[in-house]
Design a protein around this ligand. Structure first.
Ligand code: ADP
Length: 306
């Protein structure tokens, strides 16, 4: 398998209403959506939609939400042999409320994701030992991530960590030592360096400082300002692609799925980040998380347009 994703699988239950309810209040909403979520699953789906061979390693419950997540991942072409259905826990969910202005509140219940451990990387040894790129995030326990990273590195693969959601106490040194590339957004950069980059110059400085912790590359995602990378081929600000953004949910996940696809194809770092930026930009033009992930044809068209 070319790309392995070790991480979270959730189902997002999103309720849309004119406004968000106050504590103790019941309101009538306008509609709801139930769909695949979790940073791991979103990144796996995004890479698979681009045509990469992708295996998802993680845990769901044996409940209806687990079946839904499995079905949706399978529809993207993600290989699920190592997605364990654990009868002892519930599938992770995110309960999301969205108001008419797009403001949201989110409650995540990790469920089975919380039980992911080093036994899961041992179970998936056949995949991890041969993966060219491993994608990690912070929605499963750190020790499990470190074990998965060690396997991929031993096989000569590259490990990309999305330090999201932002780690309150920074990143453990053992985790930084276990990965090659990190990809924080502005908030996550603040959690790692102490200040949020407000512009590309600050993004470049943050990327340089993070790379200096012993990484091959650090990529700082700057939303509508593009991304900054400090890597083996130098420091670069990748300009944002001009798109009409309607929903920024999972832009970062589509960025990371795209980055894995490009790195697996052997693109140099600067080109890989440009490819990933195109994926992130296109993701903002559609609603939803994994559902917003672009196809290779869409990305190539945007790259050609410049
Ligand atoms: P996250 O979803 O993790 O907060 P970002 O919002 O930084 O991540 O988005 C990831 C990447 O997607 C950015 O680095 C950028 O390349 C692209 N992107 C996001 N929003 C826009 C936008 N409005 N216009 C163009 N590109 C965007």
């Amino acid at each position: 398998m070319s790309i392995a994703v070790f991480g979270s699988v959730n189902v997002d239950v999103t309720a849309y209403a004119e406004r968000l309810p106050k504590p103790g209040e019941t309101i009538h909403g306008t509609s709801y959506l139930t769909g695949l979520g979790g940073k791991g699953a979103n990144q796996a789906a995004a890479a698979a939609r681009l045509g990469s061979q992708v295996a998802m390693i993680g845990r769901i419950g044996t409940d209806g939400f687990g079946e839904l997540a499995r079905r949706e991942l399978a529809a993207f072409g993600v290989e699920l042999e190592h997605l364990l259905a654990d009868a002892g826990s519930a599938t992770g969910i995110a309960v999301i409320g969205v108001d008419a202005r797009g403001e949201n509140v989110i409650t995540v219940i990790a469920g089975a994701n919380h039980d992911v451990s080093s036994t899961d990387s041992a179970r998936a040894a056949t995949v991890l030992d041969h993966a060219k790129v491993l994608l990690l995030q912070l929605e499963v326990p750190v020790a499990a991530n470190i074990a998965a990273a060690a396997r991929v590195r031993a096989g000569g693969g590259m490990v990309v960590l999305d330090p999201a959601p932002a780690p309150a106490g920074g990143l453990p040194a053992e985790l930084i030592a276990a990965v090659d590339i990190i990809t924080p957004n502005e908030t996550e950069t603040a959690a790692l360096t102490g200040s949020a980059p407000g512009n590309p110059a600050e993004g470049l400085a943050a990327a340089r400082a993070l790379k200096a912790r012993g990484l091959t590359a650090a990529i700082v995602k700057l939303g509508r300002q593009g991304a900054c990378v400090s890597g083996p081929d130098g420091d670069h600000h990748i300009l944002p692609f001009a798109v009409t953004a309607i929903d920024t949910v999972a832009a970062g996940d589509c960025f990371n799925g795209g980055l894995a696809h490009a790195l697996e194809r052997g693109l140099p770092m600067r080109e890989a980040v440009r490819f990933a930026c195109a994926c992130g930009a296109l993701a903002t033009t559609k609603k939803g998380a994994a559902a917003a992930a672009p196809t290779l044809a869409e990305v190539e068209a945007l790259l050609a347009r410049g």
